[in-house]
Write a protein that binds this ligand. Structure first.
Ligand code: GDP
Length: 444
């Protein structure tokens, strides 16, 4: 996602960097390039116009002409305007003061609503909420079962009409789910509604009836970022037909050009609350306009990376490992644990993509894959606890056994063991120089 746009914008802005003073012609040329890049990324025309106008007006004004470094100032303006187009401040989800809070999902069939219901439920559950999923898509065969499966995976209860007892009315199901939430003390209700392949009146009417029956605290319009320009027309139809208070972008992991993400907020006037970027329930996050902008401009997304790390790493274990570094006691078991923590943060390619400058290192990054890490983990798992704790004992015959057991060559095992020793030595030297490890743990 955003790769082409990101490449284009990064190179346009890089061209500016070398220049001391900027002429009007420089600014016009830059604006023209940015305009082409946005249009090629499928950003809606009115959004492109507005964006270019803002950037040009500001770039020709005093803040640039009086700046010490005009080029840097233009980059800053482009970044700020990108953040503004994406919605400015991060908008948090609104939960009611008096539970249950009601969140209704609306969108076309296939936009990712049901998957999102599970993602949202898991995300809320991790924050201590007790969500109830409600199946109001009674048209698509299997929709109810699909929601139940997703609910099970997220570890939450699903409320669905019992088959055969005549409940075929989604409005009635929605209404009853609120009573059920009160009875069973669920503090958030997430209502999945029916979608159609295209926008149609009946679909809108049904969604509006459900809305009137349950007065949601949030109505989220779920839109597939891969549908490009259509995202805008669909969003307008849902805005007029049902109304919504926020947008969720799905399939941001796809190779679409990203125009939907950049247009939807501006066109509908409603903020993007969440972004979905994969089929797994964990592939989901709050949408931060500022982080998305710096990702698009190739400045990386360090904040998201840090937050994911905080969630994935067990603080205590990480500190124990750090303390061992200085003493040279780090074992392969510690190594395995740290590697597993990294893996919990998501596919390695996604993680590396968030680093600043990652866009320009794509070829190197493509070589770091999950399969490689899987192989390293398999090798360590093939070792006995004694071997993991004391890698020095891993002699030639042990190496052969480990290779056989984990389905790799002896050379792979040698590589891993040698690298481990090198890394341990290097860390020990660094620890000595910077005073962490043993010293740090002794002062605690
Ligand atoms: P619904 O008809 O709106 O309920 O859509 P579904 O939740 O059934 O999703 C439609 C398809 O899109 C399914 O195959 C999902 O696995 C897939 N999907 C949903 N969200 C994402 C996402 O963020 N990324 C990717 N790659 N696929 C997704």
């Amino acid at each position: 996602m955003f790769d082409t746009l990101s490449d284009r914008l990064t190179s346009v802005l890089q061209n500016l960097r070398g220049k001391g003073k900027l002429s009007e012609a420089d600014i016009d040329a830059t604006a023209r390039e940015i305009r082409i890049a946005l249009l090629e990324a499928d950003v809606a025309l009115p959004v492109v116009r507005e964006f270019i106008k803002q950037v040009k007006d500001r770039a020709k004004g005093a803040e640039v002409s009086q700046a010490l470094n005009p080029a840097q100032q233009v980059i800053k303006i482009v970044n700020e305007e990108l953040v503004a187009i994406l919605g400015g401040e991060t908008r948090r989800i609104n939960l009611a003061k008096n539970p249950p809070s009601v969140i209704m999902l609306a969108g076309l069939q296939g936009s990712g609503k049901t998957t999102l219901a599970g993602k949202l439920a898991l995300w809320l559950r991790k924050q201590g909420h007790a969500p109830l999923l409600v199946a109001c898509d009674l048209q698509r065969p299997n929709a109810v079962t699909q929601l139940q499966v997703v609910g099970e995976r997220a570890g939450v209860t699903t409320f669905a009409p019992e088959p055969g007892n005549g409940v075929g009315d989604p409005v009635e199901v929605a209404r009853r789910s609120i009573d059920e939430a009160r009875r069973a003390q669920h503090d958030v209700v997430i209502v999945d509604t029916a979608g159609r392949l295209g926008v149609d009146e009946e679909l809108m009417r049904q969604a509006a009836d459900i809305r009137d029956a349950i007065t949601p605290d949030e109505t989220l319009f779920v839109v597939d970022a891969m549908i490009g320009q259509d995202a805008v027309t669909t969003a307008e139809a849902f805005r007029d037909g049902v109304g919504f208070s926020g947008v969720v972008l799905t399939k941001l992991d796809g190779d679409a050009r990203g125009g939907a993400a950049l247009s939807v907020r501006h066109v509908t006037g409603q903020p993007i609350l969440f972004a979905s970027n994969g089929e797994k329930l964990e592939d989901f996050d709050v949408f931060h306009p500022d982080r998305m902008a710096s990702r698009i401009l190739g400045m990386g997304d360090m904040l998201t990376l840090i937050e994911q790390a905080e969630q994935a790493f067990d603080q205590e274990k990480a500190e124990q490992a750090a303390a061992k570094l200085g003493t040279g006691e780090l074992t392969l078991e510690d190594f395995l644990e740290q590697m597993q923590a990294v893996r919990r943060m998501g596919p390695i390619g996604n993680l590396l993509g968030m680093l600043p400058g990652a866009g320009q290192m794509k070829d190197q990054l493509a070589q770091v894959d999950d399969a490689h890490l899987d192989r390293l983990q398999a090798i360590i798992r093939g070792m006995t606890p004694a071997e993991r704790a004391n890698p020095k004992m891993i002699n030639a015959s042990r190496r052969q056994r480990i290779a056989r057991g984990s389905g790799v060559t002896v050379r792979d095992v040698n590589d891993l063991v040698n690298r481990f020793f090198e890394a341990r030595k290097m860390m020990q030297q660094m620890a000595g120089r910077f005073g962490f490890g043993m010293g740090a743990s002794a002062t605690k």
